[in-house]
Design a protein around this ligand. Structure first.
Ligand code: SAM
Length: 306
């Protein structure tokens, strides 16, 4: 169960979509005075080196954040592929750049660090992190300790599906839950929908963000459908975005073993999204595809429910 290490995938196209949306959502939720509680049920290690052995092995950042930086923020180099990143991507680039003050893209922040950097530093907002992997939870705790964020951030080496329940509803009734499992075990899909069903009973006005891989597996296909049904039954609005970067033809060598396309597509499902998110995605998804699209099968979708 513990074979998944997010370091292999840090900065991938899936992380770009997930984190660009996460930033837009947290920005919106922190505009109101009231305290915000963010629960990250599957937190990962928190910080990743893009030049480490792990991230270098699969090179997924090369098809994600690295490509985006080269195309949109080439800092004094050739003309950018796209002159003006849309606001959602500009904000994403600036947030990631904030973790790389010398201008070289070496560090990739995971969801805990991205969220923490956006919370109000007067300690009114809280961040609850769950990570079960023994090594990653230790790394996460050590990384978070460096922030000296005190009681604003809590790390638990525990099951996030179970652990999130204790925080719903938050005292301020303003909360965001990110559910971002690795789905290496099939039961994760059912646990996500069961957790959302339970969470909506506890705290129907919370904002819920679910990441999932778009892969040819019935459970993956069913998950967004189940989430739509749950949101509709609760009478809550939702947004569903997918980004497929398609096949890299150079990796399809006839007669040779598959060199691996990696994960080619992912989706984000948001219940009770900020009202500004749909328009922001309508602008950002085509630009993301323009930069990250690799070929056959590439595409993006955006659908919304009232
Ligand atoms: N949310 C992170 C980010 O965006 O930077 C990435 C998380 S990664 C996709 C999923 C993580 O969940 C892995 O680090 C894995 O060890 C951890 N994990 C798996 N099952 C878990 C569970 N039931 N509760 C908490 N963490 C779990």
């Amino acid at each position: 169960m513990f074979s998944y290490r997010h370091a292999f995938h840090a900065g991938s196209h899936a992380d770009v979509l997930k984190h660009a949306m996460l930033i837009a959502i947290v920005r919106h939720l922190t505009q109101k005075e009231a305290a915000l509680m963010v629960v990250d049920t599957h937190a990962g290690a928190g910080l990743y080196r893009l030049d480490s052995d792990f991230s270098g092995t699969s090179g997924e950042a090369a098809d994600g954040v690295v490509k985006l930086f080269a195309a949109l923020a080439p800092a004094g180099k050739a003309r950018p592929l796209i002159a003006e990143p849309v606001p959602m991507l500009q904000d994403y680039l600036e947030t990631i750049a904030g973790f790389n003050p010398d201008g070289q893209l070496k560090i990739y922040p995971g969801s805990p660090f991205i969220v923490q950097s956006l919370l109000r530093q007067d300690a009114r907002d809280k961040l609850k992190l769950f990570e079960m992997h023994p090594t990653d939870s230790k790394a996460l705790a050590a990384n978070i300790a460096q922030l000296q964020a005190g009681r604003q951030v809590a790390v638990a080496r525990a099951d996030g599906f179970e652990g999130m329940k204790a925080f719903l509803p938050p005292p301020s009734r303003r909360g965001l839950v990110l559910i971002d499992p690795s789905y290496e075990i099939k039961s994760d899909y059912a646990k996500v929908s069961a957790s959302i069903q339970d969470a909506l009973k506890r705290f129907v006005t919370g904002t819920y963000v679910v990441w999932y891989p778009v892969i040819p597996r019935p459970e993956a296909h069913d998950l967004p459908r189940r989430l739509k049904t749950l949101a509709n039954q609760a009478g809550k609005s939702w947004l569903h975005a997918t980004l497929a970067i398609g096949q890299d033809e150079a990796r399809n060598v006839p007669g040779e073993a598959d060199r691996g396309q990696g994960l080619t597509a992912s989706g984000m499902f948001v219940i009770n999204p900020p009202h500004t998110l749909r328009a922001a995605l309508q602008a950002a998804l085509p630009q993301l595809l323009q930069v990250l699209g690799r070929g056959k099968g590439q595409g993006q979708t955006l659908e919304a429910g009232a």
